[in-house]
Design a protein around this ligand. Structure first.
Ligand SMILES: [Zn+2]
Ligand SMILES: [Zn+2]
Length: 200
């Protein structure tokens, strides 16, 4: 038997993501609720896009039920998010909430014997580690293109100023490069400029 104090797979009892299922007693039907606020050590999400920042709190509101094969976890996790609008680049503060459903298989259950550990989570030393479950669910739920508001108009492509901050009718006196080429060409023979052609 490996030395417990040095085995890296052994969960840390001080880890707030770990929950001791011992009191469920492996009696199918027994359950308990788990409400816990877990501080975030490692940001969840995509830097410079949107994430749950370090120092934020993930609020867990879960039901843990003993079933024949293991411990079934259902409920929600919610956390504040910070990010940047992908159109106007303004900072965004929002919230993400995810629904969770996960079976943690008992070590000697049929599920344990017939699945790989990366397919089905495991109960380890009577404990379940909620971090991978919650982390994956939150990261998947974050918007790929976060917006400050659904109808954010973004930035003027010419001057980079937010449309919301610009005067109505704002524009720039620029000529489309394709037109510029035409203007140059027809500028050489203004006498019969097709723009003033006979069909007008
Ligand atoms: Zn925006
Ligand atoms: Zn502009």
């Amino acid at each position: 038997m490996p030395d417990e104090s040095t085995s890296p797979a052994r969960p840390d009892a001080r880890n707030p993501w770990l929950f001791d299922t011992h009191e469920l007693g492996r009696r199918p039907g027994s359950s308990r609720t788990l409400r816990r606020d877990v501080p975030v050590d490692t940001p969840l999400g995509v830097p410079d896009v949107i994430l749950v920042p370090k120092g934020a709190t993930v609020a867990l509101d879960l039901l843990l039920e003993s079933v024949v094969e293991g411990v079934l976890v259902t409920g929600t996790a919610s956390a504040p998010t910070t990010g940047q609008c992908s159109r106007c680049l303004d900072p965004i503060a929002d919230e993400v909430e995810v629904d969770l459903t996960e079976l943690y298989a008992y070590p000697d259950s049929t599920t344990d014997e017939t699945t790989e550990e990366d397919e089905v989570s495991r109960v380890v030393d009577d404990k379940i580690d909620l971090e991978p479950l919650v982390r994956d669910a939150i990261v998947l739920a974050l918007p790929l293109v976060p917006l400050c508001s659904e109808d954010c108009a973004g930035l003027c492509p010419e001057c980079g100023v937010k449309w919301a901050d610009l005067e109505p009718g704002h524009g720039h006196e620029t000529i489309d490069p394709r037109w510029a080429a035409l203007v140059e060409r027809f500028g050489d023979n203004q006498g019969d400029n097709p723009a003033n052609g006979s069909d007008r």
